[in-house]
Ligand binder design. Structure first.
Ligand SMILES: [Fe+2]
Ligand SMILES: [Fe+2]
Length: 200
């Protein structure tokens, strides 16, 4: 799905279902990180105006998602708290940093955008899996996660499009680059111990 090489296991779904509150808290942090990541990317590449415009819209939408998850936390009497260590994203960035071809400054930017695409793809895949258990576990959240599933799929495409835009004369190499990064992402996901976290 969305270019992911390794599907999420049933164990992750069961783990998430057992601790939906923990999952919601982690999800809130993910939305906040998605917003700040979009802002930090546009801050790094302020001369690429198409990128600045697209990432501003994306950051706003992620912040809106954050607000809505925070509202759900509040309704459930939960606190946002300090985020857990984001092992998944850290491993993904480290692995990308070791890829050949990073000497080209342009590909540093392309990789950052493709990592954004992979994070969105994985969120999207997991929201779809959550939709299988939510009617039983928390029917009030079904509509919200259905909406987010569609948004994250769109964000995935935005990041891939921006990566091609940013690659300029190397745009034809972006699909292959994505496949390489996706295989790395698949290995990282397979090695993580399933937890009640969106990317855990
Ligand atoms: Fe989001
Ligand atoms: Fe997103």
């Amino acid at each position: 799905m969305l270019g992911l090489t390794t599907p999420t296991t049933a164990t992750w779904v069961q783990t998430a279902a057992r601790d939906l509150n923990a999952l919601l808290i982690d999800h809130a942090h993910c939305e906040m990180k998605a917003a700040t990541n979009a802002l930090s990317l546009l801050g790094r590449y302020p001369d690429e105006m198409d990128l600045v415009v697209a990432l501003t819209a994306l950051a706003l939408e992620e912040l809106e998602h954050f607000k809505r998850v925070v509202d759900i936390l509040k309704q459930r009497g939960l606190a946002l708290g300090i985020p857990a260590k984001d092992t998944y994203a850290q491993l993904l960035r480290t692995a990308a940093g070791q890829l050949q071809g990073r000497h080209r400054e342009r590909f540093v930017m392309v990789d950052r955008l493709l990592i954004g695409a992979l994070i969105e793809a994985r969120s999207c895949e997991r929201f779809r899996l959550l939709l299988e258990i939510l009617p039983r576990e928390a029917p009030e959240l079904v509509g919200f996660y259905q909406e987010l599933f569609e948004c994250e799929a769109r964000h995935f495409r935005t990041y891939v499009d921006l990566a091609k835009l940013a690659a300029r004369e190397f745009a034809s190499e972006v699909d292959e680059r994505f496949e390489t990064l996706s295989r790395m992402e698949g290995k990282i996901v397979a090695d993580l111990t399933p937890s009640a976290a969106v990317h855990g």
